[in-house]
Design a protein around this ligand. Structure first.
Ligand SMILES: Nc1ncnc2c1ncn2[C@@H]1O[C@H](COP(=O)(O)OP(=O)(O)OP(=O)(O)O)[C@@H](O)[C@H]1O
Length: 945
């Protein structure tokens, strides 16, 4: 017969029991920790070879309920990759062998995340003292299980974790961690089901230790969800929290689940006297959330709990949760952009390639250590270091494998023997390098060379390299469709004009030629015609596609995604923000950042507002640049290749007859007939010539305006536009005013004092600015060296005048190569003026008084001499413009040209130019005299003729 126990004995026994239970819980925790660590080792092929299931709990009764997977929620699912984001960072815990009573850890890893060798794991276990003193090193994956499901395997299977994982985790994963989750393209995630996909480890870190770092939105979601989370067991154990200064105590009887949670809170402290656990307030919300998911426990919050806002919590820096991300800082290294953590620094110090940057106060490492570092950091419960996005690990896969293998990106020399020798031999060295780069990238790139560096010739060369895959599609701004046609004919003599199809109207066929040139706008109209897809596509001024919502973008991007070769050209791929690059990036690399949102978070400093997300900012630009340079883009600045460039680069921009309105065409034809009508007096012929000249100006206006607007849209910030007719100058200034583009105008009516002021105004302007200048009134005595582009909207018969005008930008103070664009309309007076100018230049060159050479940019004008009518007109032009006094007569005629008046005209009205002309175009020229005087002065001084 035993004696009844004394009160003291009973107390002692209970105390010992509690201690034993606590020890057991601790042991279990350690077992789990080991299992958690080995889960990542187990996936390593070499390791699994030696030991197919090392460290796996063999006994299903072991508390491994943390290995809850999404399959458990949906056992019928056969492929987890169908269900979950393809996230290389996520450890996917599945239970294929559950039926046999064994649990397996399965890790979903992509090639970008090669596993690490066992020695690195050993290094992990030998963590330095500060780390050893930290809370138990448990992988984040383990934390989820141990915190939420330990001891309750039955409850954890697909029930306990589901709401938890489906809410906050998903949000965090979507919003902060994962860059490459393929969901609805370009959309902000809204679907809670989509949001549910997440990485367990990262999320639980937030839940347990993230009181200071969980975003308000996440916190809110957590609260909402946790309120509706688990039904408590009928026999749930009740406990309560009691505040004690900046700490709180939990009063509750023994509960193994809860103790396991306690042990993972960084600020935990067990008081042997009171036999209660207490914690810093920084861990309060994490504990309460975790407890809400324990069906066997009901914890009453602190009395003021509902009011325990994050802000009121005292900070505990040494135990604070730190969160950050890896950022690429060079082709070889990445940096850990994260706050201070003692344990983390201790870990950093174990990495072989560690380097501390005293300026940025950040640690950086070789890329080959990236995966190792991430894996080790995952074992630090109070740290969340997000890895590099998947897109980066794919782009730099070889560097991650072994950084030293490719210290620089070597580009092999391409074999261009299939391409027309004329083109290949004309390539400047940097252009040849550009072609090599493009071919090394499989013909998919964004060629973003500075303006005027010859992107056209490079693109044609790359496209010609893939000629076997033609027909070729070339999408361009409509104002340069025919310039592209000329360029193909110029650089690829093997191509005959019949091979080229310039699409001019919505009725034309998009696939009629071997080379098909179409404007952005017509492409979107003709999109439906596309039955077969183009394998090779060039997009000129690809930044026209910057807005995914535009019709042109919606038409072009799908084409580009399926084309084999995509050559994007733009001197200004993004004009104001990184968001503008997105469509161009995915056009080149459709697998990069399948979601715009992920791109926005990383590079556009995406911010959530009440009205939605704002992606107009910028972030991680250095990394974006590295990524683009590695896999997408080639960009050389003028200053990089200046030594290879001519001082002036002239370009002929051709407007095709189709760009001239029917009315203008009719009046031009009538004037041409007049010039060649037999029996007409010399005077009549001359009048007809003047009319032809004037009608040319009028006919070109819409195309000129379109070209100028395209230049502005392409990012040309400052340039000069020279014209001769007042109607042209007026039309240009009117449209600039309408578009609110800063501009100046200098013509014959501008006083000397104003000329200088306007010139200074232009020179000092830091914004977009266009100088609209009269060829004859502003071609001397002015410096516009802050611009490096001159556009001639009209031709002038005297090449000396043109050269002089060109030199407004090409002069002392100019450090760049200068671009000169001559806008030339086919079927107009330009057909005669252009050869006339060329001939004069040739003569000047032979006489050694001009270095100009227009021959390289000229199309074949031989046809003029074959057609007797055209030959006659040409002779007339030649004679008229060389006669003494002819200049004055022509100038006067140009000044007095009134497109609206019936007199002296062939019937065209100002209507022809649509709304580009206004009443002011009718002639009223009080300053005619001074203008001619100025011209006379200049002519006698500068004209070499
Ligand atoms: N290797 C070359 N040999 C002769 N001419 C060249 C060469 N490269 C470029 N050019 C000429 O330089 C001028 C500018 O070239 P291009 O129009 O291709 O420049 P770009 O880079 O496309 O400029 P933008 O961005 O302004 O369109 C053209 O007249 C072109 O024919």
């Amino acid at each position: 017969m035993s004696l009844p126990l004394t009160e003291e004995q009973r107390k002692k026994i209970e105390e010992n029991r509690q201690k034993a239970l606590a020890r057991r819980a601790e042991k279990l925790a350690e077992q789990h920790q080991r299992a958690g660590l080995s889960s990542s080792i187990a996936a390593h092929p070499s390791q699994s070879k030696h030991n197919p299931s090392p460290n796996l709990p063999k006994d299903p009764s072991q508390p491994v309920s943390h290995s809850v997977s999404f399959e458990q929620q949906n056992p019928s699912s056969s492929s987890d990759s169908d269900q979950r984001p393809h996230n290389p960072h996520s450890f996917h815990l599945s239970t294929p062998d559950q039926a046999k009573g064994t649990w397996k850890w399965q890790e979903v890893m992509t090639t970008a995340y090669p596993q690490h060798s066992p020695p690195s794991q050993k290094a992990l276990t030998g963590i330095s003292p500060p780390l050893a003193q930290s809370p138990p090193e448990v992988s984040s994956e383990w934390l989820l299980g141990s915190g939420l499901g330990q001891g309750h395997p039955q409850a954890s299977h697909g029930t306990k974790l589901t709401p938890f994982a489906n809410t906050t985790h998903g949000l965090l994963a979507k919003a902060e961690s994962f860059q490459d989750t393929p969901t609805t393209s370009g959309q902000t995630p809204k679907d809670p089901k989509l949001e549910a996909t997440s990485t367990l480890g990262q999320n639980v870190s937030n839940v347990f230790y993230g009181s200071g770092s969980v975003t308000p939105r996440t916190e809110e979601k957590l609260q909402q969800k946790s309120q509706a989370s688990l039904p408590k067991a009928v026999s749930s154990q009740e406990g309560k929290c009691i505040r004690n200064g900046d700490r709180f105590q939990v009063k509750i009887g023994y509960n193994a689940e809860l103790i396991a949670v306690f042990k993972r809170l960084p600020s935990r402290n067990f008081d042997p006297d009171t036999k209660t656990w207490n914690f810093s307030m920084t861990d309060y919300s994490a504990l309460m959330k975790a407890a809400q998911h324990l069906s066997t426990v009901t914890l009453q919050p602190l009395e003021e709990a509902s009011g325990v806002a994050q802000t009121s919590l005292p900070s505990a820096p040494s135990l604070a949760f730190v969160k950050g991300q890896c950022v690429l800082i060079s082709r070889a290294r990445f940096e850990a952009d994260i706050g201070y953590s003692e344990v983390l620094v201790a870990l950093f110090k174990q990495m072989d390639s560690r380097n501390y940057d005293v300026k940025t106060r950040k640690w950086n490492f070789l890329l080959e250590e990236h995966n190792k570092l991430i894996e080790r950091v995952r074992c630090l419960p109070q740290v969340q270091l997000n890895p590099l996005p998947k897109t980066l690990t794919l782009a730099f896969a070889s560097q991650l494998e072994k950084t030293s293998l490719c210290p620089t990106a070597d580009i092999p020399e391409a074999d261009l023997s299939r391409v027309d020798p004329k083109l290949v031999s004309s390539l400047l060295p940097f252009q040849r390098a550009g072609v090599n780069f493009a071919i090394a990238k499989g013909g998919r790139l964004l060629l973003a060379d500075d303006m005027g560096l010859g992107k056209t010739i490079q693109a044609i060369c790359v496209a010609a390299f893939y000629r076997k895959e033609w027909p070729l599609l070339v999408v361009v701004p409509s104002s340069v469709r025919f310039t592209w046609e000329q360029a193909f004919l110029q650089w690829l003599p093997s191509l005959s004009p019949e091979h080229i199809n310039v699409v001019v109207t919505g009725k034309d066929r998009l696939t009629a030629g071997l080379v098909n040139i179409v404007s952005f706008d017509l492409l979107s109209k003709l999109e439906k015609q596309l039955k077969t897809h183009f394998k090779v596509v060039i997009i000129d001024e690809s930044h026209f596609l910057k807005n995914i919502k535009t019709a042109r973008c919606r038409a072009a991007v799908p084409l580009l995604k399926i084309a084999k070769r995509v050559i994007l050209l733009s001197g200004t791929p993004a004009m104001s923000r990184p968001a503008e690059l997105y469509t161009q990036i995915i056009a080149v690399k459709p697998t990069f950042f399948p979601q715009f949102h992920a791109f926005g978070l990383r590079y556009c400093d995406a911010k959530r507002h009440a009205w939605g997300w704002d992606y107009s900012g910028s972030s991680n630009l250095g990394e974006l640049k590295l990524l683009l340079e590695e896999a997408v883009m080639l960009r050389r600045l003028k200053s990089d290749v200046l030594a290879q460039l001519p001082a002036k680069q002239r370009k002929m921009v051709v407007f095709a007859p189709g760009q001239i309105s029917t009315k203008a065409r009719t009046s031009l034809d009538a004037a041409a007939t007049e010039m060649t009508t037999k029996g007409n007096s010399k005077k009549q012929q001359r009048e007809a010539l003047i009319l032809f000249f004037n009608r040319t100006a009028e006919a070109k206006i819409p195309s000129v305006i379109e070209y100028i607007l395209d230049l502005l849209e392409s990012g040309r910030e400052k340039f000069l536009v020279f014209a001769h007719h007042k109607v042209v100058l007026d039309a240009i200034t009117k449209v600039l005013e309408k578009k609110q583009v800063q501009h100046i105008r200098i013509d014959g009516s501008t006083s000397s004092a104003d000329r200088e002021d306007l010139c200074q105004q232009f020179q000092l302007s830091e914004r977009h600015a266009v100088a609209v200048l009269s060829i004859t009134a502003a071609n001397m005595g002015l410096t516009f060296s802050s611009a490096d582009l001159v556009v001639f909207a009209e031709l002038f018969w005297n090449p000396g005048v043109l050269m002089q005008a060109e030199d407004r930008v090409h002069r002392i103070g100019q450090s760049s190569s200068v671009g000169i664009h001559y806008l030339v309309a086919k079927g107009t007076a330009d057909d005669y003026l252009w050869p006339l100018i060329q001939e004069k230049i040739k003569v000047l060159g032979e006489a050694g008084v001009s270095e100009a050479d227009f021959s390289e940019m000229t199309e074949d004008t031989e046809y003029i001499y074959k057609d007797p009518k055209q030959q006659k007109i040409y002779d007339l032009f030649q004679k008229s413009f060389e006669e003494d006094g002819s200049d004055k007569e022509l100038l006067e005629a140009a000044e007095s040209f009134d497109p609206g008046s019936a007199s002296g005209t062939s019937g065209t009205s100002s209507q022809d130019t649509g709304d580009l002309l206004d009443e002011s175009t009718s002639m009223d020229c009080p300053v005619k005299k001074s203008r001619f005087e100025f011209f006379d002065d200049w002519d006698s001084f500068t004209s070499p003729l």
